[in-house]
Design a protein around this ligand. Structure first.
Ligand code: PLP
Length: 280
């Protein structure tokens, strides 16, 4: 596999990361994950827009959109992958370990591609989730490399046999460690508003678009742990998981304990959108 680090495309085995890369010391950078279906990137522009919003929000300078697009094109050319994803990160650069920003140091891009064999989310019956306290910072809208709380809480989920930990601040559900969360109550779809407390997922935006197309009422309003427990349906979304039904929360069955009709409709519509890429 050919990947990219700091200006060069190389075989994975030949890449070495500079230990003065600020991504390594501080997690001082941002990233994106973009899905590729049948050789076509899904919602590429939206991901690149979000990457540059993250870049701007943390004040990284000296990186242009065309540079990122060229790296993506280069990876696609050199790797025979048509169903998979690209991981791309931009760090503030390479310099001695000082908290303050280095001067005149260019940012460092790292990127690779990988295959994803099948769209698991559509087939799976439903996933178990647990709930955890959201003790992250107040800039969760930035897709930061700093993911320690996410890592710790995801691990807690895994240790309890669950797929994801859904986070809450004082009882208000925000999002999962690497997913957005939707509930269905009496035919209405609820999800946390896109503010500083969540990452505005591109899959979340696809689901909102689908809801609009299907004329499903949506409320981008925060909801509580009690609402989550009492929901008719729950699902989580991300670029890699797509739309995944949740069948239990903290060991309690959701609704009837089966994948709900709204979740199925949204999954079907999402699948149509990604399959359409084949034809375009
Ligand atoms: N929320 C968090 C914290 C995430 O890390 C992610 C994705 O990794 C998401 C939500 C889902 O975002 P997207 O649908 O753009 O993958």
């Amino acid at each position: 596999k050919i990947s990219y680090y700091n200006g060069e495309f190389k075989q994975d085995a030949d890449i070495s990361i500079d230990y003065n890369d600020r991504a390594f010391y501080f997690g001082d950078g941002v990233y994106e994950v973009i899905r590729l279906y049948n050789g076509v990137f899904y919602t590429l522009e939206a991901h690149i827009d979000r990457l540059f919003r993250s870049i701007e929000k943390i004040g990284i300078k000296g990186i242009e959109r065309n540079e990122i697009m060229e790296i993506i094109a280069g990876l696609q050319q050199q790797n025979q992958i048509s169903n998979g994803y690209i991981y791309l990160q931009v760090s503030r650069g390479i310099d001695g370990r000082n908290h303050s920003f280095p001067v005149n140091t260019p940012p460092v891009v790292m990127a690779y591609m990988n295959t994803i064999e099948s769209s698991a989310a559509q087939n799976e019956e439903g996933a178990a989730i647990i709930t955890s306290e959201d003790y992250r910072w107040l800039k969760c809208d930035i897709k930061s490399l700093n993911l320690l709380p996410n890592v710790l809480e995801k691990q807690r989920a895994v240790e309890q046999g669950a797929k994801e930990a859904v986070l809450h601040r004082n009882g208000t559900v925000t999002e999962g460690t690497s997913t957005n969360v939707f509930i269905v109550k009496e035919g209405t779809l609820y999800t946390h508003p896109a503010d500083n407390l969540i990452l505005n997922g591109i899959t979340r935006l696809s689901v909102l678009e689908i809801a609009d197309e299907l004329e499903v009422p949506v409320k981008e309003e925060s909801f509580t742990l009690a609402d989550l427990a009492a929901a008719d349906e729950v699902f989580i979304t991300s670029t890699t998981l797509e739309v995944l039904a949740v069948d239990s929360v903290d060991g309690q069955a959701v609704g009837e304990g089966l994948k709900g009709p709204m979740t199925m409709r949204i999954q079907e519509a999402f699948q149509k959108k990604t399959q359409k890429l084949n034809m375009s």
